[in-house]
Design a protein around this ligand. Structure first.
Ligand SMILES: Nc1ncnc2c1ncn2[C@@H]1O[C@H](COP(=O)(O)OP(=O)(O)OP(=O)(O)O)[C@@H](O)[C@H]1O
Ligand SMILES: [Mg+2]
Length: 279
């Protein structure tokens, strides 16, 4: 009997199934998202040229570069937020878990659910604090009724906002501070269970204390999530990311481990940018 069990557990398919159950990521590509030769135009204007990059699962990647270099446009392409911009055309591809985000069977809502976004200015919806957190959960039919209260409390606790808002869950979010509003938007983004979060200068309108809270959260969200953060704050890029990308004039100029890119940049444009010689 023991022999039989030993024999059966040595069968490769049994071992594979056991390992897959222990580590659900085992059979998935190591990069949650890959961008392959992406060129993007709005009308006749080329905004991004031949960008290729992979985002390893469970890491934070910082995206830096001068103003107008295409960082926001790039980020918004990853969850298809540019699709409806007038004149939008692209070559190349963006794949999520190996499947093109533009594949015909790909559902736009499900891409947005899997790849959430946080913007520079907090954008709470004109509804109560509680309803803000569960808005996406309700829309996607993930939870209902009393479960929604549990979701709201869990996510508000996760972002460290529960104590500040627990007695005013039915009130408008617009009386919260800017930092609290951004944390609320983060709670809303997390509530639908994304795999990735795209953060476009998420702390540039926040005070240092709120910035620190958001940075701490970003670190805590990995390795469960994969984050890409656009920032003009080079200290922030160093503090929160494992790898950094430099964009210049719509091109990916350099991509490497954050410490290497800052301490030993290879490209002269990266050198100038990280040394503050280029805005
Ligand atoms: N809808 C649009 N139509 C035409 N051009 C656009 C559109 N959106 C952005 N652009 C252009 O694309 C280029 C890149 O803009 P983008 O906002 O991506 O830069 P950025 O790196 O995010 O800059 P910043 O650091 O100032 O936020 C700019 O030249 C901008 O004018
Ligand atoms: Mg931008």
């Amino acid at each position: 009997m023991v022999d039989e069990v030993m024999r059966s557990t040595q069968r490769p398919e049994v071992i594979d199934a056991t390992l897959a159950a222990l580590d659900p990521d085992r059979d998935r590509p190591p990069s949650v998202m890959e961008v392959d030769s992406l060129t993007l135009r709005f009308g006749e204007k080329t905004i991004l040229s031949d960008v290729s990059v992979a985002f390893p699962r469970g890491t934070v990647t910082a995206l830096i570069g001068p103003t107008g270099s295409g960082k926001s446009t790039f980020l918004r392409t990853l969850n298809r937020m540019n699709d409806r911009v007038s004149g939008f055309r692209h070559d190349g591809d963006v794949t999520l878990d190996g499947v093109s985000v533009w594949a015909p069977h790909q559902d736009l809502l499900s891409v947005r659910r899997r790849v959430g976004m946080l913007f520079q200015r907090p954008n709470p919806f004109p509804m109560s604090i509680r309803d803000n957190v569960v808005a996406g959960v309700k829309a996607h039919g993930i939870a209902k009724g009393r479960q929604l209260d549990v979701v709201a409390e869990t996510r508000l606790r996760e972002v460290g906002l529960w104590d500040a808002v627990k007695d005013r869950l039915g009130e408008s979010p617009f009386r919260l501070s800017g930092g609290q509003q951004q944390l609320l938007c983060l709670a809303r983004a997390l509530a639908v269970g994304p795999e990735m979060l795209l953060l476009d200068e998420p702390t540039s309108s926040l005070d240092p204390g709120s910035t620190e809270s958001v940075e701490n959260l970003m670190r805590q969200l990995t390795p469960a999530l994969t984050l890409i953060v656009v920032t003009h704050n080079l200290g922030q890029a160093r503090r929160v990311s494992q790898s950094t990308i430099l964009f210049y004039d719509g091109r990916l100029i350099e991509h490497g481990a954050t410490s290497e890119l800052f301490d030993a940049p290879r490209d002269p444009r990266t050198q100038r940018y990280v040394n503050g010689l280029m805005g």
